[in-house]
Design a protein around this ligand. Structure first.
Ligand code: HEC
Length: 134
């Protein structure tokens, strides 16, 4: 199943001509994380990671709290109410186009939600998941 998801990801990449440049950089980011993790990626595990709720300061918090249940939609910061551009590269070409920015975003928000940075595998799965939104 995990291998199959990764293969699907590769196939999706090949057939999505519309937003190719941005999707390609996101796929490269996912591939890098998969190499770091020495593991294939799973969009299903990415979804579970994205929506998994943690109790933070007495409130349920997940990536989806701010980035919404649909990564192709605009998100909203749970405290400031500030709009957040979509996580899915298909909906937001800037997403994952700068790997340093992405790495900072991951570390910051992983600490906020999970109390520590996330593993390369979690990050790769996260990108694999948001790439499934066309
Ligand atoms: C409290 C609200 C909030 C939560 C919860 C949250 N984020 Fe974010 N996230 C933001 C904001 C705000 C930005 C910066 C604005 C932007 O990039 O559009 C951001 C940006 C990012 C970026 C940078 C993406 C890029 O452009 O390269 C990544 C990666 C990211 N978040 C991952 C996560 C992950 C993984 C989780 C769950 C562990 C998570 N976020 C939870 C608010 C949140």
């Amino acid at each position: 199943m995990k291998k199959a998801s990764y293969l699907l990801l590769a196939i999706f990449g090949l057939i999505s001509f519309s937003a190719q440049a941005d999707v390609t950089t996101a796929e490269q980011a996912a591939t890098q994380y998969s190499l770091f993790a020495k593991s294939t990626l799973s969009a299903d595990d990415g979804k579970e990671f994205y929506t998994r709720k943690q109790m933070v300061k007495g409130k349920d918090l997940a990536c989806s709290t701010c980035h919404t249940d649909n990564p192709a939609n605009k998100g909203k910061h749970n405290e400031s109410g500030k709009e957040i551009q979509p996580m899915a590269p298909s909906a937001n070409p800037k997403r994952f186009s700068d790997l340093n920015e992405s790495a900072k975003g991951f570390t910051k928000h992983c600490k906020q939600v999970y109390g520590k940075d996330c593993s390369a595998k979690d990050k790769g799965n996260f990108i694999a998941y948001v790439l499934t939104f066309k």
